[in-house]
Ligand binder design. Structure first.
Ligand SMILES: Cc1cc2nc3c(=O)[nH]c(=O)nc-3n(C[C@H](O)[C@H](O)[C@H](O)COP(=O)(O)O)c2cc1C
Length: 220
């Protein structure tokens, strides 16, 4: 069974987090879930449709998020944002991979600069220093040079920056298809088998164009 850390921060796109939790637990992963205060706010607004105000009880929001997202809640351990005693806070624990989904510009900055003030940032820090897999599903648009430079910094450190930018080439019919496209790509990078997205070339509807190989230049 694979242990995966799922950090949820306060960028728009809580349905990506919900689909990721569903898919990871369905794949049999043991998920350590940590939600920032802003992450709980966005979940409350976007998934629970509880209004624009910050929730009075963010922990209740996280519990409800788990209940709505997965049929395997026993595979989810909810971790406190400031619980720096959690195993994921240490390189000596062998969690192989972490996904921050969605990842706010604020958390991206904290990870890029190694400030590690909460468990999400610390776990990301650990993944980078231990050369393990860290996927950041960022969501912001447009990007300032600050976002771009922070993305470059974490990429140089070994993270995979995966902006929430679903493709249309699989002919999505529902919003869920777009969400699954992104989550499937993230799980691919985490090394978790999934069938969330159609693979280019597998679907008879989706034909690889019959084009000659690119001309890479001739030495003759
Ligand atoms: C409804 C809502 C949507 C937001 N969407 C985004 C977003 O898409 N991207 C982003 O970087 N910040 C967004 N923010 C702002 C972040 O939540 C804010 O910067 C926060 O400090 C992030 O903290 P965190 O990274 O600890 O979760 C949003 C805030 C709210 C309330």
């Amino acid at each position: 069974m694979k242990r995966i850390f799922l950090g949820v921060t306060g960028a728009s796109g809580a349905p990506y987090a919900s689909a990721a939790l569903r898919a990871l637990t369905a794949a049999g992963c043991d998920v350590g879930l940590c939600v920032s205060r802003s992450g709980a706010h966005v979940i409350s607004h976007e998934i629970l449709r509880a209004g624009r105000d910050a929730p009075a009880d963010p922990d209740a929001v996280v519990r409800e998020f788990v209940a709505r997202s997965t049929e395997h809640p026993h595979r989810v351990t909810i971790l406190g944002l400031q619980d720096l005693t959690a195993p994921f806070a240490s390189g000596s624990s062998l969690a192989p991979a972490a996904l921050i989904c969605p990842c706010s510009g604020s958390s991206l900055a904290a990870i890029a600069h190694g400030t590690a003030q909460n468990l999400i940032h610390r776990c990301a820090d650990v993944m980078l220093k231990e050369r393990r897999t860290l996927v950041l599903m960022t969501r912001e648009t447009p990007l300032s040079i600050i976002h771009i430079e922070n993305m470059a910094a974490v990429t140089r450190a070994g993270a995979i920056v995966m902006p929430a930018m679903p493709g249309w080439y699989n002919h999505p019919e529902r919003v869920e298809d777009l969400v699954d496209f992104m989550v499937g790509k993230a799980l691919d990078h985490l090394g978790v088998e999934n069938r969330l997205l159609a693979r280019w070339g597998d679907d008879p509807e989706v034909r690889v164009p019959d084009v000659p190989p690119a001309d890479l230049g001739s030495t003759e």
